[in-house]
Design a protein around this ligand. Structure first.
Ligand code: ARG
Length: 463
């Protein structure tokens, strides 16, 4: 296969030699060669529009279309390497011209690389967002399946990393499902803004050629065209939005990974992460390290860094296109790749993890987690809540000093703190009872967890 020698389209305007270091610095090919498919797709649609406007003859259009399709096949079969060009757009165009001659040189009529790259990136973003949405649907399914399974399994709930009140594992899993559902909604919403066609915006001010923008958009399956050519070539907010959404999503992943790491410790023993997602130590024979969860947690820095890079890249740019914008690709691709692999691997790790429900349940008996219910009991019996709070605080202090649990206190011991305690307090302090009595929307009661699962599944139907 012949190599495509790089001859710059602007060589007639310049007389000085080009510097190879500048050429390398200026080139985005290493990153944007990934866009060859979108570039070819966009070019075919543009050529069709040129034909419709009478700029290309039918024969020229067909030759351009066939040539581009052939280039696509050459690239995908591995026969054509994408190299020796400043960027993918110039690579495809010069290869086309090499192949079909004069008609190839007409392809760039009424188009600039500015609206071309914006189109490529919007096409890319559309595919990327759709893949992320699919992965999030899979992730949510994993959470909801597990939540149903563990709807009634008791788990100690924490605030400030201190034992607070019992919840259910299903309740906990649904909490994450809610977060990832919002992530999915954010990506879906962002996709609507990305899914518009910039072709026809030219360098910044449109074109004098009779391009039918709606027609081009339709061919590329864009539901709408951008409304302002300067905005279309000068802004990248749809990429930044994706990066921000990715940032929030990996933050959520990172939080649950942190919890799985903690829960898999000898101290907690709530979960055992499967071998496939753990590694050993080269020195310490006993180790089973939660590397996958740690790596996902670690990847957040990379995604946040990318978001910051994109925001900073764009913040000082006068309208419209500036070369700074070329920097978007490497960063967006890296964010996408990072999020994609995390969303692929996390549900597998989650679904194969073994939850130790008896350790969780045992955990829910410790830490004076019944204290609130005890105070509520007194308040329901007519003791003002502030006083009830004080009574129970004193009982907890007493338990700490005597090494007892609240449940272990006898009725006479309790009545020494308040005469309002009656024999039914024993039942109230059982974790099962505490869960059962929290039967309100959004609560940890198994039925409410199942309700939560159903509601999320219902919402998912429209995404
Ligand atoms: N490689 C460029 C980019 O990614 C394509 C657009 C170049 N436009 C220009 N006016 N130099 O942004």
């Amino acid at each position: 296969m012949s190599k495509t020698a790089e001859k710059k389209p602007w060589s007639n305007r310049f007389s000085g030699e080009s510097d190879p270091l500048t050429d390398a610095f200026n080139s985005s090919l290493a990153a944007d060669k990934r866009l060859y498919r979108q570039d070819i797709e966009g070019s075919i649609a543009h050529a069709a529009s040129l034909e419709k406007g009478g700029v290309l003859t039918r024969a020229e259009y067909l030759s351009v279309k066939n040539g581009l399709e052939e280039i696509l096949r050459e690239i995908e079969s591995g026969g054509l390497r994408i190299e020796n060009a400043e960027d993918v757009h110039m690579f495809v165009e010069s290869r086309l011209t090499e192949k079909i001659g004069a008609a190839g040189k007409k392809l760039h009529t009424g188009r600039s690389r500015n609206d071309q790259v914006a189109t490529d990136m919007r096409l890319y973003m559309r595919g990327a967002a759709r893949t992320i949405l699919d992965l999030l649907r899979g992730l949510l399914d994993a959470f909801l399946t597990l939540a149903e399974k563990h709807a009634a399994d008791i788990l100690p709930g924490y605030t400030h990393m201190q034992k607070a009140q019992p919840v259910t594992l299903g309740h906990y899993l649904c909490a994450y499902a809610e977060m990832f559902l919002r992530d999915l909604q954010r990506f879906s919403d962002g996709l609507k803004r990305a899914d518009v066609c910039p072709l026809g915006s030219g360098a910044l001010a449109g074109t004098t050629f009779p391009i039918d923008r709606e027609y081009t958009a339709k061919l590329l399956d864009f539901p709408a065209v951008t409304r302002n050519s300067m905005d279309a070539v000068g802004d990248r907010d749809y990429l930044i939005e994706f990066a921000a959404n990715a940032g929030i999503c990996v933050m959520h992943l990172s939080r649950i990974c942190e919890e799985l790491i903690l829960w898999s410790t000898n101290e907690f023993g709530f979960v055992r992460i499967a071998d496939a997602y753990s590694t050993g130590s080269s020195m310490m024979p006993q180790k089973r390290n939660p590397d996958v969860a740690e790596l996902i947690r670690g990847k957040t820095g990379r995604v946040y860094g990318g978001l910051t890079a994109l925001l900073t890249m764009a913040k000082g740019l006068p309208l419209t296109y500036n070369k700074d914008l070329q920097e978007d690709k490497e960063t967006v691709f890296d964010i996408y790749d990072t999020l994609e692999i995390c969303l692929q691997i996390f549900p597998r790790m989650l679904m194969t993890a073994q939850f130790n429900v008896s350790a969780m349940k045992a955990g829910a008996n410790g830490g004076f987690m019944a204290a609130t219910d005890m105070a509520d009991y007194l308040a329901a019996a007519g003791v003002p809540f502030r006083d009830a709070h004080g009574v129970v605080s004193a009982a907890v202090k007493y338990c700490e000093e005597t090494g007892k649990t609240l449940q272990a206190l006898t009725l006479p011991e309790l009545q020494a703190f308040s005469p309002a305690f009656k024999s039914d307090i024993t039942e109230i302090l059982k974790p099962e009872t505490m869960i059962r009595r929290r039967d309100l929307p959004g609560g940890p009661h198994p039925e409410r967890v199942r309700e939560n699962v159903r509601a999320i599944r219902e919402i998912l139907l429209s995404f």
